[in-house]
Ligand binder design. Structure first.
Ligand code: SAM
Length: 268
């Protein structure tokens, strides 16, 4: 057994692994391991998910916006090449999900070695487009009920997904959108940039426990044109949404932010 180490500013998260199942990639360095937390995807040296806890991240990223929307028929997912977001979004029985993923190899290797999409990527309501999400939202004339941004840790190709223009367009083409916004504790500069770049649109931030991400605490952003209140409990019942982490209490509680994070939101 060896250790996979992901470093962050003088700290590190380590996962024991017994085998590296794949290494390669053109656009990004793709590594897949068999670890003590199940199969694990690493892109450019950063853990994207492990089988052990990906459900926490994908449930929090997807069900918060999907349940805020009264009738999410048309869904757009930017990134999310592993298919975990599509799997969760399908639980709401939308008419269609478009997934815009820049790196075809991530989809192919996740299908081949891991399969957390659980067949969701083969569902005939799902359409996968291999393109830069920034280019797609800039050019599309479509509108979406819910848009979900499931990008990587900050790297060259995900950089456009953190810009003011990108958030402006996401707000224009959707009723509700969510985005993962990294660790507000270990990536303060990045988080401050997201706060600044999204300050011109209506949005709120929420947090979740996420074991395999730096500090075990992750942040998300929710932007809405239709308000932020809904009877989440009733909608979970009505839609028969089955989850392993997320529930209505966690939905509401996740918007309760610590003082140090609220200060970062008010710095702008
Ligand atoms: N759950 C992971 C996390 O939050 O750390 C990320 C999930 S998924 C692996 C992230 C995906 O975003 C990757 O497949 C990556 O190729 C894709 N991605 C990054 N930049 C993108 C862009 N500009 N347009 C579309 N997809 C992008």
């Amino acid at each position: 057994m060896e250790w996979f180490v992901e470093e962050h500013d003088g700290t590190a998260f380590m996962v024991r692994y017994d085998k590296k199942l794949y290494e390669g990639g053109k656009m990004q360095r793709i590594e897949i391991y068999s670890t003590s937390m199940g199969k694990m995807l690493v892109l450019d040296g950063k853990i994207q998910f492990t089988e052990a806890d990906e459900f926490i991240y994908h449930e929090m990223l997807v069900h918060v916006p999907m349940l805020l929307h009264p009738n999410p028929r048309k869904v757009l997912i930017i990134g999310g090449g592993d298919g975990g977001g599509v799997r969760e979004a399908l639980k709401h029985s939308p008419d269609e999900i478009t997934m815009v993923e820049i790196d075809r190899m991530v989809v192919e290797k996740c299908r081949e070695y891991i399969g957390i999409d659980a067949g969701a990527l083969d569902d005939d309501r799902v359409n996968v487009i291999y393109e830069d999400g920034m280019k797609f939202v800039e050019e599309t004339e479509e509108r979406y009920d819910v848009l979900i941004i499931d990008g990587t840790d900050p790297n060259m190709i995900s950089q456009p997904l953190e810009t003011a223009r990108f958030f402006e367009r996401c707000h224009e083409i959707s009723d509700v959108f969510s985005s993962q916004t990294q660790s507000p504790f270990f990536q303060k500069d990045y988080f401050r940039a997201i706060v600044k770049n999204s300050s011109h649109i209506s949005r709120k931030f929420y947090i979740s426990y996420m074991p395999s991400y730096p500090s075990g605490m992750w942040s998300f952003m929710l932007s809405s044109r239709i308000g932020y209140e809904a009877d989440i409990e009733r909608r979970i019942e009505e839609r028969g949404i089955k989850t392993r982490h997320y529930n209505a209490s966690i939905h509401h509680a996740s918007f309760a932010l610590p003082e140090w994070m609220k200060e970062m939101l008010n710095e702008g």
